[in-house]
Design a protein around this ligand. Structure first.
Ligand code: 4NP
Length: 155
């Protein structure tokens, strides 16, 4: 069996998009199987320790995805070493991580919707207030990411 793939999802605050991605991805892995683990963090420490933002948690619950117990945390340099893939919600997150790390020497940093046929940022629902759209885009990205990892695993 192949080694466990460790995935870190990253957004700005770690209370909306990246926790949605973490728990949607975990639910896909638990439905479809796979040797993968997921976590999420923010580039900012602004929301450190806070639970998932209630409108984001409600959308997840409506789709039978639990995020209970999750508290916001900030991405660290040690995370860069620990995780195999650092999956960002938007280009700004990538720029921020590259500034913190002095680049991406192991080429681990990617953007979630670059796994789809329509590469783009996930708009921040904190500002758009469109949590349904964020959910749909994040599910689209997580499904494409999962498929890509499964394809790699079978070759
Ligand atoms: P997230 O959303 O990056 O998807 O968790 C945000 C949460 C909080 C803030 C911005 C975006 N904020 O400015 O506090």
């Amino acid at each position: 069996m192949s080694r466990k793939k460790k995935i870190m999802f990253v957004c700005l605050g770690n209370i909306c998009r990246s926790p949605m991605a973490e728990f949607i991805f975990k639910s896909i892995v638990s439905e479809r199987g796979g040797n993968m683990e997921a976590a999420s963090s923010g580039t900012s420490d602004e929301e450190y320790g806070n639970p998932v933002y209630p409108p984001a948690a409600r959308i997840l619950a409506r789709h039978s995805v639990s995020c209970s117990g999750k508290r916001a945390t900030q991405f660290t340099r040690a995370d860069y070493g620990h995780y195999d893939l650092i999956v960002c919600m938007e280009s700004r997150n990538i720029r921020c991580l590259e500034r913190m790390l002095g680049g991406d020497p192991q080429r681990k940093i990617v953007r979630l919707l670059d796994f789809t046929d329509n590469p783009r940022d996930i708009a921040d629902p904190w500002y758009t207030r469109d949590f349904e759209k964020a959910y749909d885009e994040i599910r689209e990205g997580c499904t494409a990411l999962y498929d890509s990892l499964e394809r790699k695993d079978s070759t």
